[in-house]
Every structure is written in C-alpha cells, then in structure tokens.
Design a protein around this ligand. Structure first.
Ligand code: NIG
Ligand code: FE
Length: 399
C-alpha cells in the first residue's frame, strides 16, 4: 500500500467486460460516480493506463485479459480511520454493552495495558492480520493510528508497526490519559507536546486527538494539534462522538484534513464544516457497536460538506474492518443513497487523506480496483453482510 512504484516485468492487464464501472470521474461516465457500462480498464506499471467503454478499447494494449463476465468494478475502498496497532480484545466489554452498559472512553485503558505487554512480533502480526482482512473486503488504502501505547517508546513502536503496513500513519498519543497520569491530564498533554510529538513526528504523517468529555478538552486538544503542526504533521480530529463538543469547530479552525465521528453535530458545526475544507468522516460501525445514535449525514451532505465513510476498526467500539458493512449502515441508518455511500468510501476517503492518486479510476491514478460478485455497486448496500468483493488489484497486481 505504498507509493506508486513501476513493477518491472509485471504484465499489463486489461480488466475487461465490466458490466458497471464506478470511476468517480463525472467526465468519464454518468452521474457523480462517472458510471460506465460495458467498460474496460487497462492496468500497467502500477497505474491506470486506459479506462472507457470496451467498444473503444485499443487493441494490443495489454499482455493479459481478465474477463469480469459483466460483473461490477469500482475503486478500492479508502479507509481513512482505523486503529490497528493493539493487542487483546474487549469482547466482554462489548457483551456488557449490548445488555445496556454505556460506552465510556476509559475502556481504552484495557487495550493500552494489553498493548504495552505485547511483544513487537505479536503487535506486528496482529496489525498485519487486520490489514490483510481489510484487503479481502476491498480496502486498498488504510490509515493506521497509534494510541494504545501512550509512552514515548510504545507510541514509537506502534508507528513503526503501522508504517510497515501503510504510508498513512497517525500519531494518536492523546487518545485518553494513561493510568500513570490519572488526574493529571494537563501534565500528560505537556509530555505529549514536548516529548512524544517531537520524537514520533518523523514516523507519522498525521496527528490526531480524541476531543471529547472524558478524554481531552478544547484547550488540551488545541495544544496537541498545534504541537503536531509545529513538528510537520497535519491534524485530524476525533470529535463529537459521544456528545456535543468543540471538536468539529476546532478541526475546521485548525484546517484539519478531517474530523471523525461527528455524531453530535449542531447546526453551527454543520455550517462551520460547509464553510471550511475539513472532511466529515462518519464511522457508523462505531455507532452500531456502541449502540449510540447515528450522525445526521443528510444535514452534512445537504449543506455541501464532503463526507467520507471509514471503519474505525478498533477493539473497543468498532471491531470490524469491513467497509461494505459501513456502506450498508450508511444507507440503512444514515439515509445516504447507495451512490453517496460508495463515493464516501472511495473518493471521500481519499479526500480525507488529502490524496489525489487514489479513490477514482482515471488515467494516471494508482491501479487500485476491486470487482464484485454482483452486477453493480448498488449491491454493496442491497446485499448486506454478503462478501461480495471477489477480486482486488493494488497497484495493478491481483491480490
Ligand atoms: O474512535 N474515540 C476514540 N477512539 C476509538 C475508540 C477506542 C477504544 O475504545 O479502544 C474510536 O471509537
Ligand atoms: Fe477512532
């Protein structure tokens, strides 16, 4: 999942006989998803070399032909929010929650203890297992946060493990106050700003903070994000997950790439997002697993906010890597149309990661393509829970 690298000797492949192709390029096909029927795509040297109706496919352009038999294809999913570097599980906490115990941010500490106790090999294997699982359900780019280490050394090794799987690494040292700083959150924030961020920044692309009652308030969150920016990182924010709060507006004010959850957004929050260029990343898997309410995606979309969908895969609130599941929830519970949900999980995720080389199928884009065992992308919502992703190409390579 790294940058585009031409692969010497890798045959070019024409993915042919695509019944319905989502390009996310409105100029290439119909509607905002740029849908082309009876399409073909040529993948070569890691990028898209040609895309269009198969009736116009140039002859002799590829070494291998892969026939989809009229099935659907779309860009690989871009999962812009995941916490994959952890150890252990919280199945008992989940079971208690489904019988009525509410979710609290403090549960994160159980995973912090298990993560600190794990070896590098155990942590690396668990992270790689989840990345492979995500790939099987069509995720071709995944962001990966630290945040279950919470010492300089444990955050540093978390980022190194994340970097072995993805370029999209995020320092989330300010996830919750660790036990040794109990009652001294300001001192922990100072330690994060003065030690963790400078030491860890060379190993991360993003800085994130859990801006929420029970985690970090507006001033503490601002301090963390500004220290991250000073160290060369770009901010993203966990905001307004468990209740209304300052997270959304802080993210917009600081020019964060994304604010994530946005479950409790006020009208003022929606207006701020519409006026800024921060993406709202919705994580319906977390709302499902915490039995919380769902965000008002319609208010965001109708206001013109760019919306992404991501998994939030983590052992506490959303132990799923499945973007098809997020799409099904977005359609059923967030009242997004199937087209809006598919866009949010592909081009929306790319926007949330400020990437212009992924999330759509155009000439020159990274050759990350998935094919479904279905005639169209609408089936992702129409057939919930069914593993419809049959083929996955990353950088032109069938996985
Ligand atoms: O995005 N909100 C903060 N972080 C995670 C939960 C982490 C946990 O409970 O372990 C989230 O939902
Ligand atoms: Fe999260």
């Amino acid at each position: 999942m790294g940058a585009v690298t031409p692969v010497p000797g890798q045959p070019w492949v024409v993915v042919d006989n695509i019944g319905t192709l989502v390009t996310n390029d409105p100029a290439a096909g119909t509607g905002p998803l740029g849908v082309i029927h009876d399409a073909a795509v040529v993948l070569g040297d890691g990028i898209v070399q040609w895309v269009g109706p198969r009736s116009r496919l140039p002859g002799g352009g590829a070494d291998t032909r892969y026939d989809l038999g009229g099935r659907a294809a779309l860009p690989g999913f871009v999962d812009s929010h995941a916490h994959l570097v952890f150890y252990g599980d919280r199945a008992e906490e989940f079971t208690a929650r489904v019988s009525g115990v509410p979710y609290r941010a403090g549960g994160i500490r159980a995973t912090v203890a298990a993560t600190r106790a794990a070896t590098n090999a155990e942590l690396g294997a668990n992270t790689a297992r989840l990345v492979a699982e995500a790939l099987r359900s069509g995720t071709t780019t995944i962001e990966c946060k630290s945040g279950y280490g919470q010492t300089v050394a444990d955050e540093l090794r978390s980022l190194a493990i994340a970097a072995a799987c993805t370029d999209e690494t995020t320092l989330l040292a300010a996830h919750v106050t660790p036990p040794e700083f109990e009652g001294r959150t300001d001192e922990y924030v100072q330690m994060v700003c003065e030690w963790m961020i400078p030491v860890c920044a060379p190993h991360a692309r993003w800085v994130d903070v859990f801006c929420e009652a029970g985690a970090f308030d507006a001033d503490q969150s601002r301090a963390v994000l500004e220290a991250g920016v000073a160290a060369g990182l770009t901010p993203r924010v966990h905001g307004n997950q468990l209740g209304p709060g300052p997270g959304v507006r802080l993210a917009v004010e600081l020019g964060a790439a994304s604010v994530d959850h946005v479950t409790y957004a006020t009208d003022a929050d929606v207006e701020a997002l519409a006026a800024g260029d921060t993406v709202a990343t919705l994580l319906p898997g977390a709302d499902f697993c915490t039995r919380g309410r769902y965000p008002d995606a319609r208010a965001l979309l109708d206001a013109g906010v760019t919306v992404a969908l991501a998994s939030d895969c983590n052992p506490g609130t959303s132990y799923t890597t499945s973007i098809p599941f997020a799409i099904a929830l977005a359609v059923r519970e967030l009242r997004m149309s199937p087209d809006e949900a598919v866009w949010a999980a592909t081009a929306g995720g790319a926007a949330a990661l400020r990437r212009n080389d992924i999330g759509s199928i155009r000439v020159g884009m990274r050759a990350d393509l998935i094919a479904l065992d279905a005639p169209s992308h609408l089936y992702l919502a129409y057939r919930p829970g069914v593993p419809l992703v049959r083929e996955v190409w990353t950088e032109g390579r069938l996985r």
